[in-house]
Design a binder for this molecule. Sequence first.
Ligand SMILES: NC(=O)c1ccc[n+]([C@@H]2O[C@H](COP(=O)([O-])OP(=O)(O)OC[C@H]3O[C@@H](n4cnc5c(N)ncnc54)[C@H](OP(=O)(O)O)[C@@H]3O)[C@@H](O)[C@H]2O)c1
Length: 340
Amino acid sequence: MTNLNKLEQWMSEYRPTEARYESMKYIRCGRSGVKLPAISLGLWHNFGGVDSFDTCRAILRRAFDLGITHFDLANNYGPPPGSAEMTFGKILREDFGSYRDELIISSKAGYLMWPGPYGDWGSRKYLISSLDQSLKRMGLEYVDIFYHHRPDPETPLEETMGALDQVVRSGKALYVGLSNYPHELTRQAQHILRRLGTPCIIHQPVYNMFNRWVENGLLQTLREEGIGCIPFSPLAQGLLTNRYLGGITPDSRAGKPHGFLRPHQITDEKLGKVRRLNDLARKRGQSLAQMALAWVLRCPEITSALIGASTVAQLEDAVETLKNVSFTNEEFQSIENILA
Ligand SMILES: NC(=O)c1ccc[n+]([C@@H]2O[C@H](COP(=O)([O-])OP(=O)(O)OC[C@H]3O[C@@H](n4cnc5c(N)ncnc54)[C@H](OP(=O)(O)O)[C@@H]3O)[C@@H](O)[C@H]2O)c1
């Protein structure tokens, strides 16, 4: 830390609570040495240049106080792209400077980041320069996990995996992960990475009650290959909560012009299911968000549920999930009936 960073940290009024490790559960990530909190926080939405800095800071402080040690970013998170890493970097410097060793920070490259042939997909050229940019934006010397964000159908898998191995060897990342890779490609990639001496420790796929693609081969592959799993959008971007039961409000993801969830995706059919799931969650004494997170966490392959939050209250609601993550067989069956 530079003297300026030390001064910024000293001036911050934030002091993390000493009780921060008392209630969170930490789960081993595949066959690696790392444990992740059962709930992790992603900065895809709500942390960009368009969002309130004070709210971003309040959410991150509360997260750390609740034992959330893992924050997930990517080069393109914003909007504008890159701004979530900048927001995070500023808060890290000002509030968390002395706690770097208590944090697992991830970033990714794989989607369009800058114009021309070198700012997208999976070449060594793109991955290495993108990580250098991410480190600068966050003010970090290394990330804990660096992911390839999506498979590239044109770049040889050996080149992309070689780039992941290179970032670890050069000290810019401690571990590597894959995101959105189908199961056969995950296995091939893992075999290459293992040969190189840098095994993939984590896979980041979408998984929630409305999107269960991982159940068709990916979870089994991850189990066999010793790779942890951190499902993203476990709340289906807010659909699997009470967010849209009263319509679409302007402060919701579907109500914002830059939100990835679009109003046409919130169909009457989906809302009908959400209402029935909401009733079931209430009978369990939980919010629907909590039941949806508990449902994802039920699989032994799952290391952590990677949520988003636009308010401190949403984050607190998510962490409360851990008080009840078990289901009766009848409850499982009711969920299957509703989703059918
Ligand atoms: N690897 C990839 O390709 C990929 C893709 C997508 C996401 N991700 C990662 O996964 C993270 C999470 O994704 P996500 O934000 O889509 O996850 P999510 O948890 O499914 O959705 C988060 C949204 O749900 C709503 N919400 C959360 N808790 C709530 C609660 N208790 N009650 C009511 N509403 C609640 C909020 O919506 P409002 O904003 O409307 O309040 C929040 O922004 C991302 O930040 C990113 O790190 C990765």
